[in-house]
Design a protein around this ligand. Structure first.
Ligand code: SAM
Length: 291
């Protein structure tokens, strides 16, 4: 049995009986602060660049965050026929916001993050993720996303992206039927919601409860987007996409093929492939197999 020396960051996934470690440079932890909401830390790793954690859980690394941020944004934006008004809930590191603003048809991207310090720490330690923050179409607000959506006027957004932490603490309500019902109301015709939905391998119960809550809230159609995310538990992650009133049967494939901006993971082929679910997930979500 190999024991790790002290210069590693380790996240334990207690529910999976597993752990994931990244070797740190001599600099180790380069930032630590406790906010009214959570503990934010930044580390220098040897092979994954800088690492951002919240309450000891990996949020992102410089090396592989493109997988998550591209999949949280481009499939939903290329599914909506004309995404002009986008709302991001959470997403304080601003990586999703940067991807959203690559779409020229987006006229306004509003981000509501509960903890301003996540954004300020990201601006300092992950400036590349925040490079679109000064785009005149970007509107950064700091407050509770649950309350924001509850009070938002009806039909004000085309796409809502829920880029949240795990369903504990202030993020727990972001996985509830009441929140999804408020999102449905805040979405205009053809509206799309996409929410990070944890690991298909480890968190099928959560995925099932999200599906039940989304259907209960009145969303017409739901699809799971699968993608690799090496630094999250199991290395396999998902986003769940739901549409207000049009079936999720296709996307603007031609536009995705000719996208006027560079990506490192997303393309039209990945879009299609990410929506193919493994058999065990179909069964778990249909209630015909174990969740
Ligand atoms: N990619 C990350 C992951 O899945 O591990 C999530 C990144 S992002 C940093 C998540 C953000 O959601 C955090 O900055 C957190 O402060 C924010 N958040 C949690 N609950 C929230 C709420 N109720 N309203 C708005 N933002 C919230």
């Amino acid at each position: 049995m190999r024991k790790l020396d002290e210069n590693w960051f380790t996240e334990v996934a207690a529910e999976a009986g597993s752990a994931f470690s990244l070797r740190l440079t001599a600099a180790g932890r380069i930032h630590e602060e406790r906010t009214p909401y959570q503990l934010i830390e930044v580390y220098e790793t040897e092979h994954f660049g800088r690492l951002l954690t919240i309450d000891g859980f990996v949020m992102l690394t410089e090396r592989d965050n493109f997988l998550y941020h591209e999949m949280m944004s481009h499939p939903a934006l290329y599914t909506h026929p004309a995404p002009r008004r986008v709302l991001i809930i959470g997403g304080g590191d601003c990586g999703t916001l940067r991807e959203v603003l690559r779409h020229p048809e987006v006229e306004s991207a509003r981000q509501v993050e509960i903890d301003e310090r996540v954004t300020r720490v990201s601006e300092r330690f992950f400036p590349q993720l925040c490079e679109a923050n000064s785009d005149p179409r970007a509107h950064l607000e700091f407050g509770d996303g649950i309350r924001f959506v509850k009070e938002a006027p009806a039909a004000g957004f085309d796409v809502i992206i829920v880029d949240s932490t795990d369903p504990i603490g202030p993020a727990a309500g972001l996985f509830s039927q009441a929140f999804y019902a408020d999102c449905l109301r805040a979405l205009d015709a053809n509206g799309i919601l996409v929410a990070q939905s944890e690991s298909p391998l480890l968190h099928q119960k959560l995925l099932l409860s999200m599906h039940t809550a989304l259907r209960g809230a009145g969303f017409l159609d739901i699809a799971v987007l699968n993608f690799p995310q090496p630094v999250y538990p199991s290395g396999w992650w998902s986003a769940t996409m739901a549409c207000k009133d049009a079936p999720l049967t296709g996307f603007r494939e031609e536009d995705a093929r000719e996208k006027p901006f560079p990506t490192r993971y997303y393309n039209a082929g990945i879009h299609t492939a990410s929506m193919a679910a493994p058999e065990f997930l179909y069964q778990a979500l249909a209630g015909t197999g174990p969740a």
